[in-house]
Design a protein around this ligand. Structure first.
Ligand SMILES: [Ca+2]
Length: 238
């Protein structure tokens, strides 16, 4: 779990930004982030004022977007034309100690304004990185002009081969056309018939929240099968 992760403004206005929980909150840990706990001044990187056209920003896509002042900074990177991992890798090479990736802000496009949960898969990222919504990112870009200090803490990201176990169960009761599937990123599993819960980034406690009010009998009447996937497959799109 990543509940100890932190994204906060230390100065001039101390603010603990709320981590996205599926409904509320403005930020989330980037997939394949590095681990670390850094507090540093923020640097805005090649920000592009949004229009109605998406994928217009090249923030962080080129090494030349960074400069000597990047060293030791937490960089503010806007979503746009290139991979999130490339942006962070470029920042890292320029000496950044942390990264905040924020949505692009495209006018009239909610999915390019909401909380951004970026993946850095395929890149060699070692610094801590989080994603946030456009409003938070833009506010920090504006603040960075006069100075703003941020903290980014990511702990518990494990980038190694591990063995896990899945659970597959079926009862004699319940609707035969319903199977509960729980796990991270289950929205990408092509199994039918399904009663798919938690398409992205939601965790096991969600199952208890949903099924406990029904009681055991109630839950069994509604579903027959249960499939708990304890890991996330690499290489599936997000
Ligand atoms: Ca650029």
């Amino acid at each position: 779990m990543l509940s100890d992760d932190v994204f906060s403004q230390v100065a001039p206005t101390p603010t603990n930004y709320q981590r996205y929980d599926g409904q509320d909150g403005v930020w989330y840990t980037a997939d394949f982030s590095g681990n670390g706990d850094v507090t540093a001044a923020a640097q805005a990187v090649d920000f592009t004022e949004p229009t109605t056209t998406p994928s217009a920003s090249t923030s962080g896509c080129e090494p030349s977007d960074f400069n000597a002042a990047t060293t030791g900074k937490i960089v503010l990177l806007q979503r746009g034309t290139c991979d999130f991992g490339l942006k962070v890798e470029n920042a890292q090479a320029a000496g950044a100690v942390g990264a905040v990736l924020f949505n692009e802000g495209t006018i009239g496009a909610p999915d390019r304004n909401d909380v951004l949960i970026p993946t850095l898969q395929g890149y060699d990222v070692t610094i801590p990185a989080v994603g946030t919504d456009y409003a938070t990112g833009k506010a920090l870009v504006d603040q960075a002009a006069s100075g703003v200090t941020l903290r980014v803490r990511v702990d518990g990201i494990i980038n190694e081969d591990v063995t896990t176990n899945n659970v597959i169960a079926e009862s004699r009761k319940g609707r035969s056309d319903r199977t509960v599937v729980v796990g991270d990123d289950v929205g990408n599993i092509l199994l039918k018939p399904l009663f798919v819960l938690f398409p992205h980034h939601f965790f096991v406690e969600g199952l208890a929240v949903l099924l406990l009010p029904l009681g055991i009998d109630g839950a069994l009447q509604r579903v027959r099968g249960f499939f708990f996937r304890s890991c996330r497959s690499l290489g599936l799109g997000v």
